[in-house]
Design a protein around this ligand. Sequence first.
Ligand SMILES: *Cc1c(COP(=O)(O)O)cnc(C)c1O
Length: 473
Amino acid sequence: MENKNLFKLIPKVDELLEDSIIEKYIDYVPRKIIVNSIRDETDLLRKKIKDGRIEEKDLVKKIEELPTVIGKRIEDKNKFNLRKVINGTGVVLHTNLGRSMLSSYVLKGLEEISTNYSNLEFNLKTGERGSRYSHVEELLKSIAGCESAIVVNNNAAAVLLVLNTVAKEKEVIISRGELIEIGDSFRIPEVMEESGAHLLEVGTTNKTHLWDYENAINERTGALLKVHTSNYKILGFTSSVSVTELCGLKDKYGIPVIEDLGSGTLIDFSKYGMEYEPTVQDSVKNGGDIITFSGDKLLGGPQAGIIVGRKTYIDKMKKNPLTRAFRIDKLTLCALEETLRLYLDEEKAVEMIPTLSMLTLKSKELENRGIKLYNRIKECIDKKFADIDLVDDYSEVGGGSFPIGKFPTKCIMLSLKNIRPEEYEKRLRNFKVPIIARIYKDNIYLDLRTIMPDDYDILIEGLLYGLTVDEGV
Ligand SMILES: *Cc1c(COP(=O)(O)O)cnc(C)c1O
């Protein structure tokens, strides 16, 4: 048959739109995506005919398969960019993977608030304008034991707002040991400069004394700043000044003490057999005037910056125009309120907040999960592809908390036989539910701590996909 006649065999867009396989997408996929997918696939066939790369009998077969192939393309194009992944890294607060997962407990509230009007800034008692901050202020006051509280977009914004409010055009004294940079280019000196406060460094990297601060105080001093060093720890010949000691200077000179806690936990992890990580409650008790911390680190809530402390300062922040620019969104506020509410009962918080439950997972439970998953993988994956093992390893907390804490964990380890680990890691990443694994000494590691048991089925499907799919996918 001549080329011209072959072209005629290709169905028209309208015909394909009525095909039963393609039709079923019409209800939930934008028409443009469907039509473009049809065009992409039919154009490919046309090009093959034009180049003389296809015989008639092959073409007939291709045309029969066309709706299925188009369906796959539609699904591919309709995928969200932002999607669920399986975190096999063992890093619990993985900033690149979304840091904290919200508790499923908050979903109902989120659905209700997002699909309805709400009293976001409306006082139902008086019928007048209300404050969005009021929804979490009382909860924060009762949990943290502070006078007042406000929340903004993230902790970086919180630090900027605090410094701008209390120390603009003034000097802020900070120890050289605390001039930190954390991931994502948050550098304390740069944030300070942006806030309009001037940095006055005192002490040395490893040692700073109370008299270093006291000697630096002058009439331009606006605040004393203490920063939790988050992602590193200086060990050995060191000394730093505690908030309690700094508060002595505060009383003498009338200068506020600010503390950037970074992670800011509301529970004492040492009760769960871990190292002590400074709690917000202790910071308040120690006398800090203003304390800032993240909502999505150890607290396990949505991305937010929480500021607690003395009412006089927080009231000033509420009037700062920057607060408007850093304003927290209603869905975040809703998720934060529900997460904080769980903290009214610590046992419930530890059980229901994924960040906390992952961190406090008992080794026995990790082992049970490990054995279960190991047996299932063993059943599905042929020895000729890979050796499977259940091994001991360490998880990391991440998010700049517990910088040197080690958390014994269990990992599934795959020693691959026919494929390079880098190639396999990439295939797992490109699976329909991307699986993020770690490579160590040419083996693939999947940490049980951060993999949800509900995901075991899809995980196993992905592990098989990675072994059997064609090279180069
Ligand atoms: C993480 C962190 C921040 C930034 O918090 P975000 O919520 O990510 O903006 C600021 N300071 C310290 C000490 C931190 O650990």
